[in-house]
Design a protein around this ligand. Structure first.
Ligand SMILES: NC(=O)c1ccc[n+]([C@@H]2O[C@H](COP(=O)([O-])OP(=O)(O)OC[C@H]3O[C@@H](n4cnc5c(N)ncnc54)[C@H](OP(=O)(O)O)[C@@H]3O)[C@@H](O)[C@H]2O)c1
Length: 298
């Protein structure tokens, strides 16, 4: 199919289009003149997007959102840890599954009915039965497994933790004078880099498991924390402790295999402020503007 034919016929539905990754993805798609629909609990006002009000946790709006859609990118999630910017005791025991598991199932059923040509699901680098020990990671693995077992044309892109999430988690530790951190490596990545890669995966149309994507460099968590403190001009003592590779993997301290983003952690810190810490939200935030940046300031 030529580029012209494809773009004339295509309609790309982005779930989670109002989230961190989703906003970058939608912005980059719009900048390339692509037709984009966003399923959102709280639709925005940007007229260049086709908004459909919907909710993956109930299935509301899905048939309308999928009518005439050729490609779906499932970038929706409900992560209490990411929303709060902190891990609580409760997160070690439970996490909601209405969006990431039940919502994914509903989405797949409706994609089948709508004869969608490509379902691209966003997941987490390094997930496995053995390493998914946090309930959120278990739920993500369950959602990903449903996609992989479906008879739809699917692909999965797994990404390393996003820079914004690490910054939010570290910001939540500001009150502590000493930071005890496990000495495993991670390669956090910017959402703009992941969005650029997702578009490549939409356009080449290849199905199945795609290469994972991480940031340009993998560094030990204590070093990432030191860079954070320096960028934010904070004085805290970072104390690294050794962890076995298996424990590190369970804590999400793994390096993504495959694709490397372009925006380094230090560069991201220099161009982004910390987000305010939040609470777990059961109602959506008002939609914010899309950014078309391919790896720069926001
Ligand atoms: N954050 C990371 O470090 C990281 C790392 C690797 C992979 N990922 C994956 O990347 C994807 C995007 O993550 P993110 O950090 O960009 O997420 P995010 O900023 O928390 O955004 C989540 C999106 O999901 C939507 N959503 C939540 N509940 C919904 C519901 N009931 N129905 C429909 N939409 C709903 C949210 O919209 P509302 O405005 O309605 O809440 C928002 O648009 C997820 O699949 C995540 O697992 C994330």
């Amino acid at each position: 199919m030529t580029h012209a034919t494809r773009t004339a016929e295509e309609c790309i539905l982005v779930t989670g289009g109002t989230g961190h990754l989703g906003r970058d993805l939608v912005g980059q798609l719009l900048a390339r003149g692509r037709r984009v629909r966003v399923l959102a609990r709280s639709p925005g006002h940007d007229p260049s997007v086709e908004w459909v009000r919907g909710d993956l946790s109930t299935g509301a709006g899905l048939p309308d959102a999928l009518a005439g859609v050729t490609t779906v990118v499932n970038a929706a999630t409900f992560s209490p840890i990411a929303q709060r910017g902190g891990l609580r005791l409760v997160d070690l025991f439970t996490t909601p599954s209405a969006v990431d598991v039940d919502g994914t199932r509903r989405l797949l059923e409706q994609c089948r009915l709508a004869k969608v040509r490509h379902v691209l699901h966003v997941s987490i680098a390094g997930l496995s039965e053995e390493t998914a020990s946090l309930p959120y990671n278990k739920v993500k693995l369950q959602g990903e497994t449903m996609v992989r077992q479906s008879d739809l044309p699917w692909s999965v892109v797994r990404a390393a933790p996003f820079h914004y999430l690490l910054a939010k988690l570290l910001a939540g530790m500001r009150w502590m004078p000493w930071w005890f951190l496990p000495d495993g490596v991670m390669d956090t990545v910017d959402t703009a880099d992941v969005a650029t890669y997702l578009i490549e995966c939409i356009d080449d149309g290849r199905l199945g498991m795609r290469e994972e994507i991480g940031g340009p460099a993998a560094l030990p968590l204590p070093e990432l924390a030191r860079q954070y403190l320096e960028a934010r001009q904070l004085k805290r003592r970072v104390i690294a402790f050794d962890v076995a590779p298996r424990t590190a993997a369970r804590l999400g301290l793994v390096e993504a295999r495959g694709r490397k983003g372009t925006i380094a952690w230090s560069e991201w810190l220099a161009t982004h402020a910390d987000e305010p810490r939040g609470r777990v939200r059961h109602t959506p935030l008002p939609a914010r503007a899309f950014t078309s940046s391919e790896g720069s300031t926001k």
